[in-house]
Ligand binder design. Sequence first.
Ligand code: ACM
Length: 265
Amino acid sequence: MKVGFLQMEPDFGRVRRNVERAFSLMGDCEADLMVLPELFNTGYQFASRDEVKALAEEVPEGFTTEAFIYEARKRKTYFVFGIAEKVRDRFFNSAVLVGPEGFIGVYRKIHLFSMERLWFAPGEDGFPVFDIGMARVGLMICVDWLFPEAARVLALEGADIICHPSNLVLPHCPDAMVTRCLENRVFAVTANRIGREERIPGKALNFIGKSQIVSPRGKILYRAPEDREEVRVLDISPEEARDKLITPENDIFLDRRKEFYERLV
Ligand code: ACM
């Protein structure tokens, strides 16, 4: 199975341009599953709720999701991409999964980071896993990496590949995702953005790039640089994620001693 990411620098507020650029950067790359960054079509640093209102889209009826469904059919590719989702009078920081069969599902970010709390409602529907035939894919967004429960729940729900649209500003995530993969025996595709935004004076954000694909044994199969747009596609075997044995005697899931930690969470 060919899985990949697009690392790009969105231009804040220019949704059509960002969507068109994403497709042009992906060119005719052949992939079964592509992951794009969090909020890739709007940019990240909103300065008011009115901006969110102007740029958020309905799912699946909005421009961006419809454009991806069209491309998914044409390219026979599954896509995961981050957008600001409008649901009646509320907004979510969401990751959408579409494929050749159309809209498949959405994840609404559960752990909101910093000023996201001012604009977005926290997701209330849990961490979803979808079976796309070739693999089972789980969705989480950016700072969810800091909550090991997110990747754990996705893995326990059967995810082979965690798709992880991101806008990372802290330096730790790329290395932390190695542990998330190792402790759950799953693949992870983190698609981050690059560049800088300072739409709120004094609150500059520098995005760290380093999008990556990590194996269930914690191997960084590829990590992008921090300052360059890039498309990367690798061949993986999703079934590797179904082997949870760490030694012939140890199964990473069966060996859990839930009675010692479940009451604390
Ligand atoms: C983040 O969650 N965008 C850091």
